[in-house]
Design a protein around this ligand. Structure first.
Ligand code: PEP
Ligand code: MG
Length: 752
């Protein structure tokens, strides 16, 4: 019988001394198992480490047959050790042999040991090994013994990660740092980017494990917790959307963890064993991570992400590591993040980033909108990417298809490099068209405008060769702001837009919020059907303060020049009159107070709600121009949610019903001499744009990246010929006219 074991602090100190001793890593590991066995009063202590082929190999043992070292192997999931590796959970048994997973390995001679205590060796939540102690007699291991073994496991994890041992293929290295991975996510923003990953929130490495004075460490931990709590509280108070995505829910979850007594107590206990505050944070987090990641519910897995983020913040506070966005950027950086606020993305220097990969983030998230505006190849909805990639890893993002390749093979890299070269060549061809007129080959001029909404887009707009901005979505700048922009800020913004575009026309659309466009700082009640709910002009008319402020800002900004404004989602002519009334009122107000007014004010209506098609006469009487929002018009015409991928394929914008509706609008507007533009996404696709010209449209507003391809198409198009064929095409009786239109384009060598 050996003497009473020393306390965990003494053990940690001995472990530290032992690890600092000279000699080979294997030698030190051999001494470590002896030390642990002695400390835990166990006859056996063994360390198994993971090999690349998914097998656990016995790396060192005290008590088992030493000849079995580096020979004895277990598959993950097989035997008690394999079970611990698979579940990442500790296992404590007083009668190991009666456990269903017990596997007899004759070479180790372990059948004589009855009690078994094993814990996983975890690094960043991934099992890289298992430590086991065994006793001959039946006994129950205490909670303290389990805790002590877990702390040892953490120290061992650092030892393995330091590369001292020749675990050439620990899974950590294998899964995360070496193997190529191909992931498929949701395309967020077109473009192909080859570059190097930059973790938006890099993991904080804990290298300083041992502390001499627990009292100092407890104080450091308390101070850091206080700081983190205070910063989370202030973020919640400010309703700041610029940090960690837009979700208040996430911030609330941070707060919940930051105040969780059990969590804090466990970290304090870990400090008492002789760990530094940061090592204690990591040690407890390993445990939580292992437990949470086995939870089946997405809700709990989400909370694990929240805890990861909070721990990272705590570790940054403790170690003084650089906060996100301030790390060094490699060339051609591709940002990898769980989620990101739009403002955070804007904090990066645009010229340094090529692409964006998000674990969360849908197509309509604000960060996706900004990524698109910046022209960054972006993919979203790729769970656990951060577990697979490290800063500096080679990575490829295809924003058109949603493909992401981590540490791609040379073949894949070559294929994508070709793709990038091909795209660049095409861009160069389009660039040549930039200054050529947008005229069909039979001489019909087509007005090509662009859609924009953020200041960061303006340089691209100016470079696109477009005639002006046909749709400036004012709500985008509101969506990326953290508080409602005041009138002065709005005036400044609109003024900048007008100044940048100079003489080019620009049409401002008043706030189109609600539906899928949410302002986090604007409270709104939950709605069953937000797309059919309180949104756009409806909200503006019910909350006239918002609309008035915006109109006043626009009038101020356009003093002395032309102003063009349009209202979204007009449902009937009377609604348009009410909205126009706000402009009249503001004009009177400014005149009364001696302010200069715009030279000319054009007021237009967006046609996006089918009912307006049956109230066009009075609208055409009153509106200075019309703009067809074909995205929403098709959504309501076909009763198909534009953001729902499940129904996205159910209708085609080139279906006869849609084209007939669009044709009727343009005929009526032209008949009444009211200018009409179409500004939905279909105008950005050459085939659709061709159909629009065929229907009679002579002004379209598109994504700036589409100007080149659409101009290329129309310069080869004989508009009169297509218009003559259009009735035949429309009356073919096909479910979609895509085929017929493509056949027409092919027959006439029109690039679509
Ligand atoms: C549309 O609906 O077609 C449109 C241009 O507006 P948004 O896409 O901003 O709703
Ligand atoms: Mg719309």
């Amino acid at each position: 019988m050996r003497g009473a074991p020393p306390g965990p602090r003494v053990l940690l100190r001995r472990l530290r001394d032992l690890m600092a001793e000279p000699g080979g890593a294997q030698e030190r590991l051999d001494r470590i198992v002896v030390l642990i066995a002695a400390n835990m009063v166990a006859e056996v202590c063994s360390v198994y480490l993971m090999r690349s082929h998914g097998e656990l190999e016995l790396f060192a043992t005290e008590g088992l047959n030493p000849d079995a070292v580096h020979k004895s192997r277990l598959r993950v999931g097989k035997g008690l050790v394999g079970l611990i590796a698979a579940t990442a959970e500790p296992l404590s048994l007083s009668d190991a042999q009666s456990h269903p997973s017990f596997a007899y390995l004759p070479e180790t001679g372990e059948e004589i040991y009855q009690s078994f205590l094993g814990v996983p060796v975890l690094r960043e939540g991934i099992t890289i090994g298992v430590i086991v102690v065994q006793n001959r007699v039946q006994r129950a291991y205490s909670e303290e013994e389990l805790e002590a073994l877990q702390t040892i496991a953490m120290v061992l994890a650092e030892f393995v990660a330091s590369g001292a041992l020749d675990v050439d293929a620990a899974p950590d290295a294998d899964i995360r740092h070496e193997r190529a991975h191909h992931l498929k996510g949701m395309p967020l923003s077109d473009g192909v980017a080859l570059g190097h990953a930059v973790l938006h929130e890099p993991r904080t490495e804990v290298t300083n494990l041992f502390a001499a004075d627990p009292a100092i460490e407890i104080q450091r931990l308390d101070d850091a917790l206080k700081q983190v709590r205070a910063s989370v509280d202030s973020l919640i108070e400010k309703g700041d959307v610029a940090w960690a995505g837009e979700h208040r829910e996430v911030l609330e979850s941070y707060r919940m963890f930051a105040h969780d007594r059990g969590w804090v107590r466990r970290m304090q206990e870990a400090v008492q064993t002789g760990l530094t505050a940061e090592a204690a944070v990591e040690r407890v987090h390993n445990d939580y991570r292992a437990r949470f990641s086995r939870q089946a519910t997405p809700f709990l897995r989400e909370r694990l992400h929240d805890l990861d983020d909070l721990v990272n913040r705590l570790l940054r506070t403790l170690t003084g590591a650089a906060p996100p966005g301030q790390q060094e950027m490699p060339e051609n950086a591709i940002l990898v993040a769980r989620s990101m606020g739009a403002a955070e993305l804007l904090d990066y220097e645009r010229s340094q980033i090529r692409g964006l990969v998000l674990e969360e983030g849908g197509a309509t998230s604000h960060v996706a909108i900004v990524a698109k505006a910046l022209g960054l190849a972006s993919v979203g909805q790729l769970e656990r990417t951060r577990d697979l990639v490290d800063t500096g890893d080679a990575i490829i993002v295809d924003g058109a298809t949603g493909d992401v390749h981590i540490r791609p093979s040379p073949d894949v890299e070559r294929a994508f490099a070709d793709k990038v070269r091909f795209r660049a060549k095409r861009q160069a061809q389009y660039a040549k068209l930039r200054d050529l007129p947008a005229v069909t080959c039979d001489g019909l001029p087509i007005s090509l405008m662009v859609n924009a909404g953020l200041l960061v887009e303006l340089p691209t707009v100016m470079a696109s060769g477009a005639e002006g901005i046909g749709l400036f979505r004012t709500e985008l700048q509101f969506m990326v702001a953290s508080t409602f922009p005041r009138m002065r800020e709005q005036t400044e913004l609109y003024g900048k837009v007008m100044k940048t575009v100079g003489d080019m026309p620009v049409t401002f659309r008043t706030l189109d919020i609600g539906g899928d466009k949410v302002l986090p700082y604007l409270k709104s009640a939950h709605e069953e059907n937000p797309a059919l709910g309180w949104r756009a002009i409806r909200l503006s008319l019910d909350r006239p303060g918002l609309l008035r402020t915006q109109i006043r800002a626009l009038l101020h900004a356009a003093a002395g020049r032309d102003l063009s404004v349009m209202f979204p989602m007009i449902t009937n002519a009377a609604e348009f009159e009410k909205a126009k009334g706000v402009i009249e009122r503001e004009k009177r107000h400014l005149t009364r107070h001696g302010y200069a007014l715009p030279r000319e004010i054009a007021v237009g209506a967006m046609l996006e709600v089918p009912s307006i098609l049956w109230d066009l006469d009075p609208l055409l009487e009153s509106a200075d121009f019309l703009s067809v929002g074909s995205n929403d018009l098709a959504q309501y015409l076909f009763a198909c949610d534009r953001g729902n991928a499940r129904v996205a394929e159910r209708y085609d914008t080139l279906a006869p019903a849609n084209l007939r509706a669009l044709g009727a609008i343009v005929r009526r507007a032209v008949g009444r001499n009211v200018p009409v533009t179409l500004c939905g996404d279909m105008a950005s696709r050459p085939l659709e744009a061709m159909a629009l010209i065929g229907l009679g449209y002579e002004s379209i507003s598109l994504a700036s990246s589409a100007i080149g391809p659409v101009k290329d198409m129309l310069r080869s198009l004989d508009a009169a010929n297509l218009r003559a064929h259009m009735p035949d095409i429309l009356n073919r009786g096909d479910e979609t006219l895509r085929g017929a239109l493509r056949a027409y384009a092919d027959a006439h060598a029109i690039p679509v």
